[in-house]
Write a protein that binds this ligand. Structure first.
Ligand code: IPE
Ligand code: IPE
Ligand code: MG
Length: 261
């Protein structure tokens, strides 16, 4: 059982990010520091993700998207890749019931066809079982690569053009977004742990206007206090989306008021 936790007092409930994405990095280094095998870091990392999902739900966040395995992670030693695949499968089996009961809607983004069939089966089951849940969306990126996702979207749209369903000029940003795995939902906040400040092929299109918070903590140490800190940083940011800052807008409004007075 997990203890329900309320939104900390210093977080404004009106400005909580709707969609949080995490690049869960540093599992290997966390384990190394403790003279443990890298896979011990992955195991602890999975526990941390489980707790973050509950925390997000309790704090009113609508969607959590987690980078679990990239298209580039196949380069790792087979033993580590195999361990991760089995870990994903075990976690899904173990956690599905609880997630379902808590109203989590699970989805996967990435090319699942390259994953072990038994894992694909567990994934499909989780997606089907939780499809109508509404408490929180939990998207897990497995064998995910943003460039391959965008390429796939281009191919699908090109096909529609070839078939004459749309003309080249009719291709819009919205149409491209809808052809991505995320189907138009962009994160408000991206957190990457372990001190690395790069995207590693994660959600390149979707992060166009996302606020990014980088923390030195390794993922297995990323607890609620760390998440709370990231939310505070997020709430201090001024999201302008290309517009002038609030200060400038306020000044303009004052000038206008003075002119019409
Ligand atoms: C992130 O931790 C987990 C995955 C990429 C699967 P890492 O395994 O990359 O840990 P470091 O970066 O080597 O410490
Ligand atoms: C990014 O981490 C992928 C995941 C967290 C799943 P990596 O550890 O693979 O990224 P790089 O290689 O340091 O860029
Ligand atoms: Mg890493």
């Amino acid at each position: 059982m997990h203890a329900y936790s309320v939104l900390p007092d210093d977080i404004n409930p009106l400005c909580v990010p709707k969609h949080v994405a995490v690049i869960m990095d540093g599992n290997g280094r966390w384990a190394n520091q403790r003279c443990l095998p890298r896979v011990a870091g992955h195991r602890q990392g999975a526990r941390v993700l489980k707790d973050l999902l509950r925390c997000c739900k309790d704090w009113g966040i609508e969607a959590l998207t987690a980078y679990a395995f990239s298209t580039e992670n196949w380069k790792r030693p087979t033993t580590e890749v195999d361990f991760l695949m089995v870990l994903f499968e075990k976690m899904l089996k173990k956690e599905l019931m609880a997630m379902h009961q808590e109203g989590v809607r699970v989805r996967f983004i990435g090319d699942l066809s390259a994953l072990p069939p038994i894992l694909q089966k567990e994934m499909n089951l989780a997606v089907e079982e939780t499809a109508n849940n509404t408490a929180i969306d939990f998207n897990v990126a497995v064998n995910y690569g943003s460039r391959s996702e965008i390429t796939m979207a281009c191919q699908q749209i090109a096909q529609k053009v070839e078939q004459g369903a749309v003309t080249a000029c009719e291709v819009t940003e919205d149409m491209i977004a809808e052809h991505l795995y995320t189907q138009g939902s962009d994160p408000d906040l991206l957190i990457r742990t372990s001190g690395e400040q790069r995207l590693s092929n994660f959600l390149l299109w979707q992060l166009a206007y996302t606020e990014m918070v980088f923390t030195d903590a390794f993922w297995p140490d990323f607890d609620r206090a760390q998440f709370h800190r990231a939310l505070l940083i997020y709430q201090r940011r001024d999201r302008r989306f290309g517009n002038a800052s609030d200060a400038v807008l306020l000044q303009k409004a004052k000038e206008k008021a003075a002119l019409t007075a």
